[in-house]
Design a binder for this molecule. Structure first.
Ligand code: ZN
Ligand code: ZN
Length: 349
């Protein structure tokens, strides 16, 4: 972390992002700033979180901000005579920034972006274990939900049952608003569950995940209810082949762009390039969308320890859509699939 100080010409970094604070300190509460200097690590929080911060963040000096964060930070900055302080430009409001300028005159506030996020790209063994567990919960919930999906049940009911099941299995929350998109709605890549009833002859796309000890999983499966049209069979097959190609060939050393092309070129070669309008994948960790991105213009080089999704889709407005998504750990010689649910077309009912 402090390696970044010299190149950014800063003596300290003020961390205001919730997830970056959690990553650096282990603290899971919702309020607190970190001030990291060359020699010290300060944690500002209020009365509600003092005990929790001391327990979860033993490497930090916890400071009671007495509910005046600005005053408290200004005091410690002044005591240490800090003049060049980095801040996270993507995690500060303009109002906060203005208040720092006026309260701490003489301090040069240096905007930084992605410093902690860069560290978060590579997961350690403990983080990987938590993601594995989050994926296992999603897999079990998927196995459970198959018996629940039938004609007449609404998308919302399916989403609720999925989320309830994940909570029962140990998730602290769903990792994002569960997507259940059936029939014509499956052509919407991000069709959040609605009150639409599932009907026979439809594809149903389920995109969901669990949060386990702060870390997330993210999985998509598309299932058929009853007999589906030859066209839907075809797009399912093409999407599955593209996804399989993606997960088989993904590995360290390739760029995000090259990883994206594994699926995209295949879908394009089958004539559905126009129907695949989003990125192939993204990193997961403390957040559902973090680096690295697997997309058309991503130049990041994949490395062992990164955890990414591979999720090609084909969407035909008015007809239906398919998406299949797994979570993968990039390894020394390729990748390992973390989500284990079956991908061959499941026909229910
Ligand atoms: Zn997803
Ligand atoms: Zn995803």
């Amino acid at each position: 972390m402090r390696n970044f100080f010299a190149e950014n010409q800063i003596e300290a970094l003020l961390v205001t992002s919730d997830r970056n604070r959690q990553y650096l300190s282990g603290f899971t509460g919702t309020t607190g700033y970190l001030l990291i200097t060359e020699k010290e690590a300060l944690f500002f929080t209020d009365f509600r979180y003092l005990e929790q911060a001391k327990e979860q963040s033993p490497h930090f000096t916890v400071i009671d901000n007495r509910r005046k964060m600005l005053e408290s930070v200004a005091e410690e900055v002044k005591k240490r005579g800090l003049k060049h302080i980095g801040f996270e430009e993507n995690h500060v409001t303009y109002g906060e920034y203005k208040s720092w300028l006026s309260r701490m005159e003489g301090v040069d506030w240096v905007p930084t972006a992605g410093l902690v996020e860069q560290l978060r790209l590579l997961k350690d063994e403990g983080e990987i274990q938590k993601i594995r567990k989050a994926a296992e919960i999603a897999d079990s919930a998927f196995a459970h939900i198959l018996a629940y999906i039938k004609p007449g049940v609404t998308e919302n009911e399916v989403a609720l049952e999925l989320e309830y099941t994940m909570r029962k299995l140990g998730a602290s929350a769903p990792s994002f608003d569960t997507i259940v998109a059936s029939g014509y709605r499956s052509a919407m890549p991000h069709g959040r569950a609605s009150n639409k009833k599932i009907e026979t002859g439809e594809l149903v796309t389920l995109d969901f995940g669990a949060v386990y000890e702060g870390y997330v999983s993210d999985m998509t499966r598309t299932v058929a209810v009853g007999e589906i049209s030859p066209k839907l069979h075809e797009i399912y097959r093409v999407c599955l082949e593209a996804q399989q190609k993606g997960v088989e060939e993904l590995g360290p050393g390739m760029t995000g762009q090259e990883a994206d092309a594994l699926c995209r070129d295949y879908i394009t070669s089958r004539g559905y390039g126009e129907a695949f309008g989003h990125a192939t994948g993204h990193g997961i960790g403390l957040e559902i969308h973090e680096g690295p991105t697997l997309s058309l213009n991503s130049e990041i080089i994949l490395q062992p320890g990164m955890v990414v999704t591979v999720e090609p889709g084909i969407y035909l407005p008015g007809v239906g859509g398919v998406r299949i998504e797994d979570d993968l750990l990039i390894t020394e010689d390729g990748s390992e699939i973390i989500t284990k649910s079956k991908k061959e077309l499941i026909q229910l009912g």
